[in-house]
Design a protein around this ligand. Structure first.
Ligand code: PMP
Length: 402
């Protein structure tokens, strides 16, 4: 008998499991719409051309080595990260009230963010997460001993935002709760608040003294415009909130496996910022000692070189416009086929994912009969569609909703 005989068996991660089943399927027209990674029109992973250039520069650098980074990561990368999300002329940066730490991508930033708050903010308030949200948020929050509470977000009747429910949930939560917000391209729904709705959300968060916790995994990837995708975060900073932002470079640089991210905390003054950074460094030291260097060096080079930066913006537009084009084509084909139901949400939603409104039973038919893989909540990764498989997909959807 092992000491761990009674350890309950944990189920497989839904998304990674789906990918494994897809991989073992031999049907030639199979489609994987589960995983949230960009694919080109041939269904292949895409190494951004600007990333290839940066890699060439790094590899040919005669001073290249594999020394440790500092505990909080590459200093120039951190500074550029804060500038990218907050804006080059952010008052918070000018006033030195920003603390940063390079993290194990967006996941690590979320973890370090809630860990820090659980120790130095409060641990007697819930973390408010949207219903639904990124599959990992709940576990990340629970892992540091904080509770989650869901706020209304998605309205299945309109396939859009339930703004009244959202505001009411924020209002009903205990004062001072931590409000986890998706900065842009909400995962899994693709539904974002409008600027006017963000203003109302900020009003309630201010009135209730909630702490805004932004998760930003898609800056630039969502609309192709880095500033537009950062609007909500910058608006909250402008309003004077203390807040934090988790940045991921998985999608917008295609650096998924390199685990490149940053945690940026905006506080009221420089004194608090220094203290915050010192404690975050201490937490990071005990967990990862220091973050991985490779991805951070690539991002750092691109963010500091105007030519590479311009090329990166081009690459971002390539990805976001292909996805928007797929939305349009899918919408057009469903309309052309006279598919029952309304499909405007496919073009209204933004980012990697679309919440189709397909029911679990319909999803099962897509998987079993059509070899099209997606999660049972009806979420599809738009990046899994291409001009080569979109007809097949639209016809399959048209069939299952009838
Ligand atoms: N937050 C959200 C909302 C996401 O969709 C993702 C990526 N799926 C992440 C965080 C973090 O991903 P990563 O750790 O690869 O940066």
């Amino acid at each position: 008998e092992s000491l761990f005989q009674n350890t309950p068996l944990a189920g497989p991660d839904k998304i990674f499991h789906l990918t494994a089943v897809y991989a073992s399927d031999e049907f030639p027209q199979k489609i994987n719409l589960g995983v949230g990674a960009y694919r080109d029109n041939d269904g292949k992973p895409w190494v951004l051309p600007v990333v290839k250039k940066a890699e060439d520069i790094l590899i040919n650098d005669p001073n290249r080595n594999h020394e440790y980074l500092p505990i909080t990561g590459l200093p120039t990368f951190r500074a550029a990260s804060a500038k990218l999300i907050l804006g080059a002329d952010s008052p918070a940066i000018k006033e030195n009230r920003v603390s940063t730490c390079q993290t194990i991508s967006g996941t690590g930033a979320n973890h370090l963010g809630v860990l820090f708050l659980s120790r130095f903010y409060r641990n007697d308030v819930p973390v408010l997460i949207s219903k639904p949200t990124w599959i990992n948020h709940r576990d990340i929050v629970n892992n540091v001993g904080l509770e989650v509470r869901e706020y209304a977000y998605y309205d299945p009747k309109t396939n859009g935002l339930d703004i009244d429910g959202f505001l009411k949930s924020l209002n009903d939560a205990p004062n001072g709760s931590i409000a986890l917000l998706h900065a842009c391209a909400h995962n899994p729904t693709g539904v974002d608040p409008s600027q006017e709705q963000w203003r109302k959300i900020a009003d309630v968060i201010a009135a209730k003294g909630h702490y805004p916790f932004f998760d930003c995994a898609y800056q630039g990837f969502a609309s192709g415009d880095l500033d537009r995708d950062a609007w909500a975060v910058r608006y909250f900073v402008e309003r004077g909130f203390e807040l934090l932002v988790c940045q991921s470079y998985s999608k917008n640089f295609g650096l998924y496996g390199q685990r490149t991210g940053c945690l940026t905390v905006v506080s009221k003054n420089a004194d608090a910022a220094v203290k915050i950074e010192s404690q975050i460094a201490k937490l990071q030291r005990a967990e990862v000692s220091n973050p991985p260097a490779y991805g951070a060096r690539i991002v750092n080079l691109v963010l500091h070189d105007p030519k590479l930066y311009a090329e990166w913006n081009d690459n971002l537009r390539t990805m976001s416009s292909r996805i928007m084009d797929m939305r349009k084509q899918l919408y057009d084909k469903l309309i052309e086929l006279g598919t029952p139901g309304t499909w405007n949400h496919i073009i209204d939603q933004i980012g990697m994912f679309s919440f189709t409104g397909l029911k679990p039973s319909q999803v099962q038919v897509l998987i079993q009969k059509y070899h099209i893989y997606l999660t049972d909540n009806g979420r599809i990764s738009m990046a899994g569609l291409s001009t080569k498989n979109i007809d097949y997909f639209a016809k399959a959807v048209n069939d299952v909703v009838r």
